[in-house]
Design a protein around this ligand. Structure first.
Ligand code: FUL
Length: 688
């Protein structure tokens, strides 16, 4: 009797307690996801066989001896990552060519058969130790696609892959993230593999239960749908996970997530600091500018994602000096841009859950992510007023939901107290784990954050405000078909642009750009924008040009005389493109008359830059001719690796230069084989 009375009292108490704390809404994160959400920014390292073969996708036919770094130093990687403010490193332990960076028992394509350290080397051992030493997390990328393994394409391969995983997950200490590449191509026997995803996931859970698993479809974290570094401004951490699978065709849905999705599967934004994922010496001058990286910073970790920034380690086995320099500039910038001006200030709200102090507005400024402000039960709108105590200049706001109980906010806005009233300065849609809004600099003493629409009563864990230095946009260098170079600095008032054409860094004293200049035979143009009486400068922009297309004409496309849009593939304008139906029988050929005989060392192909994939060329062949009638055997043929996900300018270098007046570019296959069309933004020629 006494027991049941006690029990009833307990029940009564717990339901009152429940009524006094906000209930979860929709899909919520797991404990391992919550751990991962505490991170922001960490390194991807693409370093493997491709580093030595200059490829993006290796063929699996390499000899293990080709892997031979001369000064491999994983401690250098860790030192650079740590100094850059990164929290971990994810290494390409095994890419599509199948080469394993550790001595695997399950393949011959591995460091164990290379001359490097007489087959006794182990990159995973070195890197995991370096990460430990520098206090970084250690993660692994593994591609199930394997172009080398003899069993690939048979059920036996799934066991091989699971055994491989077990080696990686049991020999190197804690692994915080396992990154599964969804690519699924043919193996050495021409067959594709039917992957045992449930088995792969179970293997990770068995050996590293705390690791989060990444793939296009999670289960723990999802791809963001592009390799450019941009999450959606609206970005739900929820996903209808059972509808999505690796290589999901409607990949663009991954950028926004699914509102009301059944599972919590947040985004990780992966992009490279250079155009390619692997190191190519030709990209040493193409490290993304500080301005570009800052934009990605706000568009990835500032839009409810974590940022995975790739560093292509070079053939020495080191992070290249140019990449390191840029990373340190980024760190210096973000340090300056995230000094919190709201910490410890006062904040009030028009709505508090149960009017309880546990959920008071002050929780958003206390620097503690585990305490939060909750609006009244059922409230879908509420405001938070921050009193900054004095006139404060600011241009960024960071806001975080208390996501342990789900993602709720659909729309919010920020206003600043000016001339006796609140005036709107910025709006946003979703918040999620972390949202940073950028807006023009204002000076104010009070801010109002309004949650304008929420799916359930809003819960906010943290708010910070900053005054970030405004960066000067890097100039954009373009050359017209006629060979005239123009340099512009968009969104900048009255910049002075200086430039060089001898490869040196432009300074305030270099020639000023005032009108287009001719550069028909090509060269390197570097430019910089200056403002404030030449006191502040952008980082330099570099453009490498070969011979211009002034004398070129398109002779035919797909066997027909070319329509007027064919000019677009030679117009020097990367924003326009030519597109045409595929020929009924492959290939669809594009024939170009160079107007003179040139020593042709290779060709460049820029795929359409509008984000769409239709018609992007995958397999190609190139032939040359002196008269446009008699064609050589192909001087080059191959495939553009990873062009679908990363549509950057592609370079084909011929084995030996060909003297040519006419060029024929045969499009043998597009990235989506069922596409009805082919498309080209620009074709170019390498004459050196
Ligand atoms: C893609 C791969 O095909 C690329 O080579 C690269 O590894 C990128 C991160 O993922 O799916």
């Amino acid at each position: 009797m006494r027991f049941s009375l006690l029990f009833l009292a307990f029940l009564g108490l717990s339901s009152t307690l429940q009524a006094q704390s906000p209930a979860p809404f929709g899909a919520v994160p797991s404990a391992r996801q919550l751990q991962w959400h505490k991170l922001k920014y960490y390194a991807f390292v693409h370093f493997n066989m491709n580093t030595f073969t200059n490829e993006e996708w290796g063929h699996g036919t390499e000899t293990p001896d080709m892997f031979n770094p001369t000064q491999l130093d994983c401690r250098q990687w860790a030192r650079v990552a740590k100094a850059a403010g990164m929290e971990g490193i994810i290494i390409t332990a095994k890419h599509h060519d199948g080469f394993c960076l550790w001595p695997s028992k399950y393949t011959e394509h591995s460091v164990k058969n290379s001359k490097w350290h007489n087959g006794k080397g182990d990159v995973l051992k070195d890197l995991s130790a370096a990460c430990k030493e520098y206090g970084l997390k250690f993660g692994v990328y593994l591609s199930p696609w394997d172009r080398n393994h003899p069993a690939y394409g048979t059920p036996e391969y799934n066991d091989v892959f699971k055994n491989t995983l077990k080696e990686v997950l049991t020999q190197y200490g804690d692994v915080y993230e396992v990154w599964f590449d969804g690519a699924n191509g043919e193996g050495p026997n021409g067959k594709k593999q039917v992957y045992d995803w449930p088995g792969f996931v179970a293997t990770v859970r068995q050996y590293q239960p705390n690791a989060v698993i990444f793939s296009d479809a999670g289960p723990d974290i999802r791809w963001v749908g592009n390799e450019d570094g941009y999450a959606g401004e609206t970005n739900w951490s929820t996903l209808n996970r059972d509808k999505v699978y690796p290589a999901y065709p409607n990949y663009w849905e991954l950028t926004l997530g699914h509102e009301d999705g059944t599972h919590w599967v947040p985004t990780e934004v992966n992009c490279s600091i250079r155009p390619g994922w692997y190191y190519h010496a030709s990209e040493d001058n193409k490290v993304k500018s500080l301005e570009h990286l800052v934009d990605i910073y706000y568009s990835s970790l500032g839009r409810n994602g974590n940022w995975l920034l790739n560093l292509p380690v070079d053939r020495r086995g080191l992070v290249h000096e140019n990449d390191e320099k840029r990373l340190m500039e980024l760190k210096a910038y973000t340090d300056k841009a995230s000094h919190n001006l709201a910490g410890g200030k006062t904040v009030t709200s028009n709505s508090v859950f149960s009017k309880a102090s546990t959920y008071a507005a002050s929780n958003v400024l206390d620097g503690n992510r585990d305490t939060y402000w909750a609006a009244a039960k059922e409230a879908k709108q509420a405001t938070l007023d921050i009193d900054l105590g004095k006139s404060t200049t600011l241009n960024r706001l960071l806001i975080e939901e208390y996501i342990a109980l789900g993602q709720r906010v659909k729309k919010f806005s920020v206003s600043a107290w000016q001339n006796g009233q609140y005036q709107a300065i910025a709006t946003g849609t979703t918040i999620g784990n972390r949202r940073i809004l950028r807006f023009p600099t204002v000076t104010t003493s009070k801010l109002r954050i309004s949650i304008d629409e929420a799916k359930a009563s809003p819960l906010i864990g943290n708010i910070e405000v900053y005054n970030a230095p405004e960066l000067i946009v890097t100039p954009v260098i373009k050359r017209s078909k006629e060979g005239l170079v123009t340099i512009a600095c968009p969104r900048t008032t009255d910049p002075v642009i200086t430039y060089t054409t001898d490869g040196t860094e432009p300074t305030a004293k270099s020639p000023r750009f005032s009108q287009p200049f001719a550069l028909p035979s090509g060269g390197t143009v570097k430019a910089r924008a200056f403002v404030d009486n030449m006191k502040r400068a952008s980082s330099p922009a570099t453009a490498d040009f070969d011979i211009s297309s002034a004398k070129w004409t398109v002779v035919s496309t797909g066997g027909q005389s070319p329509g007027k849009n064919a000019d677009r593939l030679l117009d020097g304008n990367s924003d326009t493109f030519w597109q045409q139906r595929k020929s009924t029988e492959a290939p669809t050929s594009v024939v170009v008359d160079l107007g003179e005989t040139l020593p042709v060392h290779g060709l460049t192909y820029l795929p359409r830059q509008d984000g769409k994939k239709e018609g992007i060329v995958y397999r190609y062949a190139v032939s040359v001719s002196q008269d446009g009638k008699n064609w050589s055997a192909p001087v080059s043929q191959g495939a553009f690796s990873n062009i679908n996900n990363n549509p950057v300018n592609q370079t084909i270098r011929f084995d030996k230069p060909a003297s040519a007046r006419y060029l024929k570019f045969d499009i043998l296959e597009t990235t989506v084989a069922t596409d009805a069309t082919v498309s080209i933004a620009e074709l170019g020629v390498l004459t050196r």
